[in-house]
Unconditional design. Structure first.
Ligand code: ATP
Ligand code: MG
Length: 283
């Protein structure tokens, strides 16, 4: 049976438990537990701090884990990255006090930079041939310049609001991150088979997110025109109606383009349009 390490509490915990739930796997969200058995899939769930997940997976204490790519890059443990999970998106950026006249990365030469990600930061500046004085700080990195501990910071940014509140300006994005599924290198064949089943479920969930199931009626002679405006479906489902002049079409459309497509379909003559949530898209 596979053991999965997930964050015990914090930003990734809820989305991880939700992804598992959508995949038919119920795991306790409780961070008071260290380990529990999931229902709906043969899986032990190990609840850890996100910092410890790459190591737990590298050691094989857990076979797989869900953690931010930022932690995987920082910890440099021997793990395989298996898939992106589409949540926990953020970037790791360099930020300077807003009054600074910033000509470009060369500004950082000889500067003190506070961060919780010293490995990623050093690698970045070594690659550029720029010497920086890296100050590792466990938390509240964004206050370091104001209290005189650093000239600039390197930290996780998502909306950028925290930087602005602290009088900082984001200058360079060093890397982007999202939650990833990692595995112990060299899992047994049996565990790889189990993992393939789990990843198939996750992939189906991720593909269906943001998709809507759309049904509408259309004069029969307009079907070709409707198909031409519909995105990427090999062939929409066309069902006959009691009225032989009309048909019903069923298609899957991403919510980003849903309203555009509905307008186009209405102009062609679509009527009685129903938009439904799509639970799963299995290919
Ligand atoms: P832990 O107690 O498990 O060590 P933590 O305080 O290190 O938790 P969280 O703040 O819960 O970590 O963030 C977990 C992960 O969420 C980060 O490593 C990152 O991948 C992702 N993340 C996404 N957006 C943000 C953000 N705005 N700030 C911090 N982390 C973010
Ligand atoms: Mg942490």
């Amino acid at each position: 049976m596979l053991t999965i390490a997930i964050q015990n509490k914090g930003r990734l915990n809820e989305d991880t438990v939700a992804l598992m739930k959508d995949a038919g796997i119920s795991a306790s969200a409780s961070h008071r537990k260290l380990i529990s058995d999931a229902k709906g899939f043969p899986l032990h769930v190990l609840y850890l701090r996100d910092d410890d997940i790459p190591q737990a997976v590298a050691m094989g204490v857990a076979d797989i884990g869900v953690v931010g790519l930022n932690e995987v890059l920082e910890k440099e443990k021997d793990v395989d990255i298996r898939m992106n999970l589409g949540f926990g998106a953020c970037r790791l950026s360099l930020a300077v006090p807003k009054g600074v006249d910033y000509p470009g990365l060369e500004w950082f030469e000889g500067k003190r930079v506070a961060t919780s990600y010293p490995v990623i930061l050093r690698k970045f500046f070594d690659g550029k041939g720029i010497n920086v004085d890296v100050h590792e700080i466990a938390g509240s990195v964004e206050v370091a310049p104001a209290v005189g501990m650093a000239d600039a910071i390197f930290d996780i940014v998502s909306s950028g609001g925290t930087l602005i509140q602290n009088g900082l300006r984001e200058e360079d994005i060093v890397t982007r991150s999202e939650a990833v599924l990692i595995s112990t290198p060299g899992l047994s064949e049996e565990k790889e088979r189990e993992l393939a089943k789990l990843m198939f479920r996750f992939e189906s969930i991720l593909e269906s997110r943001g998709m809507k199931y759309v049904l509408f009626n259309l004069p029969k002679e307009k079907v070709d025109e409707a198909v031409a405006v519909l995105p990427g479906m090999k062939s929409p489902t066309v069902l006959p109606l009691a009225d032989p002049e009309w048909v019903s079409l069923h298609v899957v459309i991403h919510e980003d383009i849903l309203w555009d497509k509905i307008e186009q379909l209405k102009n062609i003559g679509a009527a009685d349009i129903l938009v439904l949530a799509l639970e799963n898209l299995i290919k």
